[in-house]
Write a protein that binds this ligand. Structure first.
Ligand SMILES: [Zn+2]
Ligand SMILES: [Zn+2]
Ligand SMILES: [Zn+2]
Length: 384
């Protein structure tokens, strides 16, 4: 991380830690860049063939293959193939289990950090392997849209098992907030509600079978397991990678005549329209990661910064959405565009259940007490 434009500071009693701008930042500028301590593709996303590197989440598909799959058009031809970011000749596999990586470096890092513990050792899926059983149980409990992954949790445990300095790795994870309830506000995480207690117990037993070791037994008690679920649930930052987004960006940097530019812009609009019709909003390889600095960044319903993944892997690049002055708090939205456009009531419900806090941003304060904001239909539709 170079030229860091942020410092972590104590913001106040309700918010705790936050990120402050350590200098003036212009709209569109990169505020910071950070790689995750650990990340993982979502289980259903992987099951639906969004093929990604098992370590860094870089898509393994060429842009053309990606667009063909998502539009269901096997003969679609993409112009400017030189703008495709995917280099298939660098891709490699774990020789034991066949899991795929974008590069030899990713394969080696994964093995060193957690894959030695988590390698199933057989090519193709062995349905009786404890990790496969755990992942399948998770998938049956958590249908898309996905927000976190039990495999992320298994990787955390495996990282401790494989670390030389185990206490240091445990400490790294414990610096993330891992409370299961917000006592002052009496909010419990949605994954830890009474209705899920049976499921949690099943997941705890299956996780113990898959990755138990003495050093992490405190995380495999009922209470320890809950705090680990809360840790990945409240701190997991959504990651999305797409070879198409990178191709579009590379094409936009080409020197083209006005006519060529017009033609390619029309073509790209057509592709996105087609994608919207066939694949809906699901264009990316999606997953979740833990980022030390980013996890200190608070939510605001009118954020001045946004998380982006322009490098095509899980490297997070925080960008300013508008000019930010030195000393100002930097905030992002924990909600996606769609959720962010909903009423204060709806936003508040999602934030409470997933992140255990009540939002007091300017937008929420200005909308408080505004009864006309919530329609009956909206209330009904969100309780399913
Ligand atoms: Zn990779
Ligand atoms: Zn393997
Ligand atoms: Zn708000």
């Amino acid at each position: 991380m170079e030229n860091l434009a942020v410092t972590v500071a104590y913001i106040g009693e309700t918010k705790g830690k936050g990120l402050l701008a350590s200098r003036d930042i212009k709209a569109g500028e990169v505020i910071m860049q950070e790689r995750p301590i650990v990340c993982c593709q979502f289980s259903w996303n992987a099951a639906y063939n969004y093929l990604a590197c098992d370590y860094c989440m870089r898509s393994l598909e060429s842009t053309e293959d990606n667009v063909r799959r998502l539009t269901c058009k096997a003969d679609l031809v993409l112009p400017f193939p030189e703008c495709c970011p995917t280099s298939k000749d660098r891709q490699t596999k774990c020789p034991a289990c066949g899991i795929q990586y974008c590069s030899e470096d990713c394969k080696q890092e994964a093995w060193k950090r957690y894959h030695m513990t988590l390698c199933t050792g057989t090519q193709g899926q062995n349905p009786s392997h404890p990790l496969v059983v755990l992942n399948e149980a998770w998938k049956q409990m958590h249908y898309p849209p996905e927000t976190t992954s039990i495999i992320l949790l298994a990787r955390i445990i495996a990282m401790v098992r494989q670390a030389e300095d185990k206490a240091a790795v445990v400490n790294t994870f414990m610096q993330f907030c891992h409370r299961t309830v917000n006592e002052e506000q009496e909010i419990a995480h949605k994954l830890l509600g009474d209705q899920f207690s049976g499921q949690l117990e099943v997941l705890r037993e299956l996780t113990s079978k898959a990755v138990y070791s003495d050093e992490v037994q405190h995380w495999l008690t009922p209470q320890g397991f809950q705090s680990l679920i809360a840790l990945v649930g409240t701190n997991g930052q959504g990651v999305g990678t797409s070879p198409l987004a990178q191709w579009v960006n590379n094409v936009s940097n080409l020197e083209l005549s006005p006519d060529q530019r017009k033609a390619i812009d029309l073509f790209i609009d057509g592709v996105y329209e087609e994608l919207e019709n066939v694949a809906g909003g699901f264009l990316d390889a999606e997953g979740s990661g833990l980022y030390v600095l980013q996890s200190a960044c608070n939510h605001d319903c009118e954020p001045n910064a946004e998380q982006t993944f322009p490098l095509g892997d899980s490297t997070l690049v925080l960008k300013a959405k508008r000019d930010i002055s030195q000393g100002e708090e930097i905030c992002v939205s924990y909600l996606d565009e769609c959720a962010l456009s909903r009423s204060r009531h709806s936003r508040s419900k999602i934030l409470k259940e997933n992140y255990l806090f009540i939002c007091h941003c300017n937008k929420c304060l200005s909308q408080a007490g505004d009864d006309s904001e919530t329609s009956e239909d909206e209330d009904l539709s969100e309780d399913d």
